[in-house]
Design a binder for this molecule. Structure first.
Ligand code: ATP
Ligand code: MG
Ligand code: FE
Length: 339
């Protein structure tokens, strides 16, 4: 089965063609440079950029792959969660194609897409497994008990971890997006130089809280400035803040795996690129198997949407022209894919 995937939920415009577990092509246009000067994603600009880029990206996909539209079995588009204006662009474009070429159309939950991205990298992966989804918009622990059943067992009650990286980077006058910058300078710093709080680390639940950490870093910076030092120890502050976030993430996700008798953990989302996180996974490697898909499938992309949509299409689902975006889709605790 060949599926066309379309993703426009946030700041990546992406189209892809996927055949079973094989990616024929996955084109991603990141708007990072456009939003950089504002220090974060501006929703209105994101929507307009998708509108500008999507048709050309789609044409490029067909010409590069030499796949004719008649070979496509269905279209899968992200319906949410995400920015409403951005989602509308993708959904409207997908509806136009479905109508013009008489194709089946399914709306895909973006989070389910992140879960199914794993099968593009690890076709042998089988439930049960736990997913640690860490991005700019989400920090979630998901339990995939059996094929098609995804349960939300933990989430951040405030900032997403990628958002915390970005905000702390801004406090330290590092660039945007802050995650890669903190990752870079933290390598030059001492993670034990400052002891920042590890909120909710030992709570019984699997939830997270990251907004307090940003405040703790801010107070530390103010204290240091008042003490009259000439230059902020940026590397040490970055390394220590990063360490606090990674300690909590790893402690809680490995606890979730152990409590649920699961020995496989899959990473998803842009923060999965963090080198310290990847390094520290090794401490648990004797008891838990970690799956880290290549970054192109970890961060937002249309291949994962196509792969998740394939499950729906196989079940005979066709949302047709009634499909509407749902910006706050991830309010539910359990998703049965294709039910
Ligand atoms: P979502 O997927 O939830 O809609 P998003 O598009 O912001 O949100 P991604 O594109 O998956 O998410 O990831 C971007 C986030 O990942 C940013 O917050 C960025 O700072 C963070 N990030 C990227 N690389 C690293 C890194 N090496 N270390 C830590 N964080 C990183
Ligand atoms: Mg993004
Ligand atoms: Fe995402």
């Amino acid at each position: 089965m060949i599926v066309l995937g379309i993703e426009t939920s946030c700041d990546e415009t992406s189209v892809a063609l996927v055949e079973d577990n094989k990616v024929i092509a996955n084109l991603v246009y990141s708007q990072i440079l456009t939003h950089k000067k504002f220090g974060g994603v501006v929703p209105e600009i994101a929507a307009r950029e998708h509108l500008k880029k999507l048709p050309a990206l789609f044409n490029q996909l067909l010409s590069e792959t030499q796949v004719d539209i008649s070979q496509i079995d269905g279209i899968a588009v992200t319906k949410g969660p995400g920015l409403i204006g951005a989602l509308l662009v993708g959904v409207s474009f997908a509806k136009g194609l479905a109508l013009r070429y008489n194709k089946k159309l399914v709306g895909v939950n973006h989070i389910v897409g992140h879960v199914y991205a794993n099968y593009l990298a690890y076709s042998e992966l089988k439930p049960p497994y736990i997913v640690l989804m860490v991005s700019g918009g989400h920090t979630l622990i998901l339990k995939v008990e059996r094929e098609g059943n995804i349960r939300l067992i933990g989430r951040s009650v405030d900032d997403a971890v990628g958002e915390a990286f970005d905000k702390i980077a801004r406090l330290l006058n590092l660039g945007y997006p802050g995650g890669p910058e903190i990752d870079r300078v933290a390598k030059l710093g001492n993670p034990k130089a400052f002891h920042f709080p590890r909120p909710k680390m030992y709570d019984a639940d699997y939830d997270f809280s990251f907004s307090g950490l940003k405040t703790a870093v801010l107070y530390e910076i103010e204290k240091l400035k008042k003490s009259g030092i000439s230059e902020l120890p940026t590397n040490d502050l970055a390394a220590s803040a990063q360490e606090a976030m990674i300690d909590v993430l790893l402690y809680k996700v490995t606890k979730a795996a152990k409590d649920n008798n699961v020995d496989k953990i899959v990473l998803a989302g842009g923060v999965a690129a963090n080198s310290r996180l990847r390094e520290k996974l090794n401490e648990f490697a004797s008891e838990i198997e970690f799956y880290i898909p290549p970054l192109e499938f970890c961060s937002d992309n249309a291949a994962m949407i196509a792969r998740a949509g394939m499950e729906l299409l196989k079940k005979g689902i066709d949302d047709g022209l009634m499909l509407e975006p749902v910006p706050n889709l991830f309010e539910m605790n359990e998703i049965i894919v294709g039910s």
